[in-house]
Design a protein around this ligand. Structure first.
Ligand code: ZN
Length: 196
């Protein structure tokens, strides 16, 4: 279980993760490519699969973004049996491998909810690490699990969301604010996979 990445002492680096996959805004793709934002995506089949091509373009835009597993249907895994959890996790591993040509190394349980069965199922599905987070981006600001500022190695959770879920803000506007919050605290963005 990983909720913060060990980074070299004194390096103010944080990591971007985007979840689910409901919003598919081409302007966001442009922004991510222009700024070369390395994004670790955690995709849920039921919302992302209407256009996996969108996320493939994000992966292939020169930013070295990656595609990872966030289940087939986004259930609270704690309420499911081991077998049902395995279906959710392995099922999405299979779909993503078929669509993107690689079996994702990382898995994130919806809502951050998991139990011992989740760990066993994820491992049997070929996941090497389970990723949680320390900071989540809302519409304008961060919400911190601890304290009131970023810390080195923080994993930031954001979502592929658009105006209907962001009170009218676009995905680009939300991301712009997030980048400002990171910059004003003196942090840089790293590529998570390079530090695992
Ligand atoms: Zn989610």
């Amino acid at each position: 279980m990983i909720d913060r990445i060990p980074v070299p002492a004194g390096e103010k680096i944080v990591f971007l993760t985007f979840d689910d996959g409901a919003e598919k805004d081409p302007e966001f793709l442009k922004m991510a490519a222009d700024l070369k934002l390395p994004i670790s995506m955690f995709l849920t089949d039921s919302v992302a699969s209407s256009d996996y091509g969108h996320f493939e373009r994000l992966r292939d835009n020169g930013s070295a973004s990656t595609v990872n597993n966030h289940t087939l249907t986004h259930p609270n895994l704690r309420t499911l049996s081991f077998e049902a959890q395995k279906k959710e996790i392995c099922g999405q591993q299979d779909k993503l491998e078929k669509r993107f040509g690689q079996r994702p190394p990382l898995f994130r349980p919806p809502f951050g909810n998991y139990n011992d069965d989740t760990l066993r199922a994820a491992s049997e599905c070929g996941v090497s690490s389970i990723l949680l987070w320390k900071v989540s981006m809302q519409i304008n600001n961060f919400q911190y699990a601890q304290g009131s500022a970023l810390q080195p190695g923080d994993i930031i959770l954001a979502h592929f969301r658009g105006p209907s879920e962001l009170k009218g803000a676009t995905e680009v506007q939300m991301t712009t604010r997030m980048l400002q919050r990171i910059q004003e605290q003196g942090y840089k963005i790293g590529r998570l996979e390079d530090y695992l």
